[in-house]
Design a protein around this ligand. Structure first.
Ligand SMILES: *[C@@H]1O[C@H](CO)[C@@H](O)[C@H](O)[C@H]1NC(C)=O
Ligand SMILES: *[C@@H]1O[C@H](CO)[C@@H](O)[C@H](O)[C@H]1NC(C)=O
Ligand SMILES: *[C@@H]1O[C@H](CO)[C@@H](O)[C@H](O)[C@H]1NC(C)=O
Ligand SMILES: *[C@@H]1O[C@H](CO)[C@@H](O)[C@H](O)[C@H]1NC(C)=O
Ligand SMILES: *[C@@H]1O[C@H](CO)[C@@H](O)[C@H](O)[C@H]1NC(C)=O
Length: 762
């Protein structure tokens, strides 16, 4: 063609580089403009540079996203004069695939911001969104609308995603549906799904993607968070055959996480830093879950750069904290990164697995593996990774032949691919994804900086329930929300019976609140008690009942020189209705439960005593409790005087009103922790309204309640607030480790069906 001849001739005039006697030429930037947008070059105009087109939001580069400067100094794909490069309006896949209903307005094509509404024919019921908008990322908002009527099938009609065609119209056990995407749209998700006995479809709903379709950070957080949390939650080994399928890492099992980050293209210092931050943020997030995985982390281009190897983890040479330092310290010579060998990173992981297997022997079958790869999928060395992935599967599946459709060991391997780059090679990447139960392939916009936020958000997903004490201590946002995220378990209690008494409490399960017994008087009834928790349903929760510790008796020692005796000052309030858990409302961890062991990363089989030894180690243990103040609460810091310092601490009780005994231990039994005074540090002191609140300690991302605020020698502050102790004032907090049988009798009660019991340790 005339055009390309002209092109060669023109390029020859610009030959600048002489290498080994040959003439190497740069590409030129003539006629490379894009109408409505701009372009960037990864390596100026030298051979191997990539030209990346950029368009404003709501537009995408057409006909091509990128061009590469070839050895012959030509761009590929070559620009075509009759098809000038321009920014085109984003389009969404055709929604006119709805069966048994109408889509309006009917259009040939649908563009960004176009709205559609969905209506079913009479006799059919709509599930999914009745209204959808075409988004900037070329996806419809909401969920697939489905018009169906009850035909007595076991599974519900799975619908047809926009842009797709489905075959299969019967939805009984064992029936399959298959999907293809129309035109040259790319199918992401399951192309085949089967109806299971439990009424669920296998796999995940497919979606049809254009080359300009991407997943927003929000979508990735949600889908990846939902998918990976199954790998990160531990389960007691049980016979798990119900529910069709199960992803379980048993508590005896080991989780190995392999992370590979492609740093070959456009590798600037900035990009590399972003990638490091993203991986670090992912690891930090994972560490707030119950399991403690081993990590293998590699950056790769034409070669492999090791951050940490999994064997060092298994040896105990590396730990989570040394890993974080290694990530921070990690640098590479960025000059030497021409070429990409995607297969090499999979081969490296396969080698590591083989070594683990050699060591673990039979135990290898309890190992679960999660591989996470960040790449654009463009490789020019090492060949396709598919054969290596097949070997990895074989190793983990242990050559189990899949009977029918479900591979018996498929829960033991997940490969996630985060496709990220200016141009994504989906055809090469999609077959590398392995795993069931949730999305594993993510197609992201070309900004690795987004990833950090994406991973930061995966845990905020409200559906990550059941993790006690999880909190978020970032100070960004409105004051009140900052406090709620940091102390999502704090509860305000008001008892109104004659007078008005205010206490604090802590949410310990979605149904129960822990507080002090002295907040109640003998004639109080549940209807006198108001519990304030803002979970988005009702702020004032109705109380079903409250139970005081059976040994609590304030008058027990009136004749022994203790006018008011607060031993066993603990009570549990049961709510009528459970609280909705979110990142703003979540239970605190309490002593001697299995969950708390997980939060503290104690090994399986550890005992209640191990938790106490870990949490109350020193003779001056730093603890916190809260006081009500604007906009919500403030944290008071105290030191529990234990061991040799305890006697001095509790001796001050003899100066308290109503105490005439000469023996401090008559009033302050071993069930109390003692704080206050001005040495070794100035402690805060409890005010009247602080009673019943949690005395707690933060451990990584988790908060553990150790005691509760009970009573003190002086009343230095009636109105509440952040008040410091004087030299002689002391507070006594009921140590929860001393009342575990009471907690267990209610919270761990397995002979009732009103709530899920907590599991207590010996
Ligand atoms: C591109 O050219 C500019 C200006 O000549 C130079 O400063 C820069 O280092 C070059 N970048 C690369 C990646 O070669
Ligand atoms: C759909 O979007 C296109 C492009 O913005 C616009 O011209 C058209 O009017 C929209 N159609 C409807 C029904 O809003
Ligand atoms: C990381 O770097 C710091 C300072 O540069 C050094 O003190 C430390 O030993 C390094 N840590 C590791 C694990 O290499
Ligand atoms: C699986 O099969 C391959 C090839 O058939 C064989 O080399 C390998 O040893 C087998 N692995 C196991 C765990 O049986
Ligand atoms: C904490 O919450 C803030 C604000 O909602 C959010 O931006 C941040 O990513 C969260 N951080 C963590 C570690 O969850």
């Amino acid at each position: 063609m005339g055009f390309s001849i002209h092109w060669i001739w023109f390029a020859a005039l610009l030959c600048l580089h002489y290498m080994g006697g040959e003439v190497w030429c740069d590409c030129t930037d003539n006629d490379m403009q894009i109408e409505g947008g701009h372009y960037t070059l990864t390596k100026n105009l030298t051979i191997g540079t990539m030209l990346v087109y950029n368009c404003p939001e709501g537009y995408y580069p057409y006909p091509t996203l990128t061009r590469l400067c070839q050895l012959d100094s030509r761009w590929r794909p070559a620009p075509k004069r009759f098809l000038p490069q321009r920014c085109r309006l984003v389009e969404c896949p055709d929604p006119n695939v709805l069966e048994n209903g109408n889509v309006s307005p009917p259009q040939e094509r649908y563009f960004v911001r176009n709205e559609t509404t969905y209506e079913c024919y009479s006799g059919y019921k709509l599930r999914g969104s009745a209204k959808r908008t075409c988004g900037f990322n070329a996806k419809w908002t909401g969920s697939t609308p489905i018009c169906s009527r009850d035909a007595g099938d076991v599974c519900a009609d799975p619908g047809i995603p926009a842009g797709a065609t489905r075959s299969g119209n019967v939805f009984d056990i064992g029936d399959k549906v298959k999907y293809i995407c129309n035109g040259n749209l790319l199918l992401v998700g399951s192309k085949e799904r089967m109806c299971l006995e439990n009424g669920q479809w296998t796999g995940i709903e497919p979606a049809c993607y254009y080359r300009h379709t991407y997943d927003t950070p929000m979508e990735v957080s949600k889908a990846f968070g939902g998918s990976i949390k199954d790998s990160l939650t531990t389960y007691e080994p049980t016979d798990d055959t119900q529910e069709g399928r199960k992803i379980r890492i048993s508590k005896d099992g080991t989780l190995n996480i392999y992370i590979g980050v492609d740093i070959s293209e456009s590798i600037t210092e900035e990009h590399f830093k972003d990638a490091k931050h993203a991986v670090k943020s992912l690891i930090t997030k994972i560490s707030s879950f119950a399991v403690t995985p081993n990590y293998d982390i590699r950056f790769f281009s034409s070669e492999i750069f090791k951050v940490v190897s999994i064997l060092d983890f298994l040896d105990g040479t590396d730990t989570l904290s040394s890993l974080k330092t290694k990530m921070d310290n990690f640098t590479i010579d960025t000059k030497n990164t021409a070429g990409t060998d995607l297969n090499l990173v999979f081969e490296t992981f396969l080698e590591q697995m083989a070594l683990i297997k050699q060591r673990a022997q039979d135990g290898f079958k309890e190992h679960r593996h999660v591989i996470i790869i960040f790449t654009d999928g463009a490789y020019n060395m090492g060949g396709s990774p598919s054969p290596t992935v097949a070997k990895i599967k074989n190793m983990v599946y242990m050559n189990h032949t899949s009977a029918g459709h479900i591979q018996p060991r498929e829960d033991y391997l997940d490969i996630y691919v985060f496709a990220i780059g200016a141009e994504i090679y989906d055809d090469d990447l999609k077959p590398l994804v392995v795993g069931t139960g949730g999305q594993h392939y993510f197609r992201m916009k070309n900004e690795i900086g987004h990833l950090e936020n994406t991973f930061d958000n995966i845990i905020d997903a409200d559906e990550v329930v059941g993790l006690c004490g999880l909190h978020n201590a970032t100070t960004a946002g409105k004051d009140k929300d900052v406090a709620k995220r940091k102390y999502p378990w704090v509860v305000f209690i008001i008892v109104q019976n004659g007078g008005l008494r205010k206490c604090l409490g802590s949410l310990v399960t979605p149904e129960f609140i822990l507080t002090a017994a002295h907040c109640f008087k003998f004639d109080d009834l549940p209807e006198h008690v108001q519990v304030e928790i803002e979970d988005g349903v009702y702020t004032n929760k109705k109380v079903k009942k409250f139970t005081l510790h059976p040994d609590y008796n304030v008058n027990a020692k009136v004749n022994d020189g203790v006018k008011e005796f607060y031993d066993y000052d603990v009570a549990l309030i049961e709510l009528e209705d459970y609280v909705r858990i979110s990142y703003l409302v979540r239970p605190i961890c309490i002593p001697c439960t299995l969950e708390t062991s997980d939060a503290l990363r104690l090994p399986r089989g550890s005992k209640c005593k191990d938790q106490e030894d870990l949490l109350l180690k020193t003779h001056s243990e730093k603890l916190s409790f809260l006081t009500k103040t604007e906009p919500l609460v403030a944290e008071k810091i105290v030191y529990a005087k234990r061991g040799d310092s305890r006697d001095e601490c509790i001796s001050h009780v003899l100066t308290a009103q109503g105490i005439t005994t000469k023996n401090p231990k008559d009033a302050v039994t071993d069930n109390f922790l003692c704080t206050g005074g001005r040495t070794p540090q100035r402690d805060h002191i409890a005010c009247t309204g602080d009673s019943g609140g949690a005395v707690f300690k933060d451990y990584d991302y988790r908060t553990i309640q150790i005691a509760l605020v009970s009573w003190g020698t002086k009343n230095l502050c009636d109105g509440g607030g952040m008040v410091e102790s004087d030299a002689t004032s002391r507070d006594f907090h009921l140590n929860l480790f001393r009342v575990v049988p009471f907690l267990k009798s209610i919270l761990g009660n397995e002979e009732q069906e009103d709530y899920a019991p907590l599991k207590f340790l010996d």
